[in-house]
Design a protein around this ligand. Structure first.
Ligand SMILES: Nc1nc2c(c(=O)[nH]1)N[C@H]1C(S)=C(S)[C@@H](COP(=O)(O)O)O[C@H]1N2
Ligand SMILES: [Mo]
Length: 198
């Protein structure tokens, strides 16, 4: 374990379990539609928008950025939380440093192979726990959980973590992703119970 981020709740109080959540030890699957088949060898990650060096990375280039294994909690906006997940992947911050983010970037729009999108404030993406994950508990990430690569966001409800992620766009103006257009919160802080947009 390279990093333990299960203490991120401390910024907001003493309770690790966010209000209105219950713990589960299983790992339910939540997807808006069917599960796309994305082959590791065909997969690429495009990084665009307000950056100095836009790139499209293949599997090897992605991993060469630098990987770590983290212990972190997972909070689904539908009410379940799973503690102590081990995810291995490339930290968002590592990718951001690689491409050089413009000073006027405010948000990040993630895009996925099932046409899912989600927008996340840049400052939240830059927290250590935001990870492009490709392993769970030391095994390749299962396809229904977003394999080959998904985003995980332990500081936020889990809809901020795009499964089957293929694109990262740095935005200078706010735009809304799939659930954010349907009334879910942009900031999505579980300890402040930001489920819906105000
Ligand atoms: N590409 C994509 N990513 C997605 C979703 C989706 O439908 N498509 N659902 C989101 C929601 S609402 C949740 S709660 C988590 C669920 O992740 P899991 O299925 O691994 O539990 O993925 C998020 N990421
Ligand atoms: Mo969700």
């Amino acid at each position: 374990m390279d990093r333990d981020v299960t203490d991120v709740y401390r910024e907001f109080g003493d309770e690790r379990l966010p209000p209105g959540q219950h713990r589960t030890d299983s790992f339910p699957v939540l997807s808006k539609g069917s599960v796309p088949r994305v082959d590791r060898d065909e997969w690429t990650l495009s990084v665009s928008g307000a950056v100095e060096n836009p790139v499209t990375l293949d599997w090897d280039e992605f991993r060469e950025l630098g990987v770590e294994t983290q212990k972190q909690d997972f909070h689904c906006v539908t009410g379940w939380s799973k503690f102590d997940c081990a995810f291995t992947g490339v930290p968002f911050r590592t990718l951001a440093d690689h491409v050089g983010v413009d000073p006027d970037a405010l948000q990040v729009m993630f895009a996925a192979a099932d046409d899912y999108t989600t927008n996340v404030p840049l400052e939240d993406c830059l927290r250590p726990g935001t990870l492009f994950a490709y392993e769970f508990d030391g095994e390749p990430l299962a396809r229904d959980h977003g394999g080959p690569v998904r985003v995980v966001t332990p500081n936020k409800y889990a809809y901020k973590g795009a499964k089957w992620v293929t694109g990262v766009e740095f935005l200078t103006e706010p735009e809304r992703g799939f659930w954010e257009r349907r009334g879910y919160s942009v900031s999505a802080n579980p300890w402040r119970e930001e489920r819906y947009s105000g």
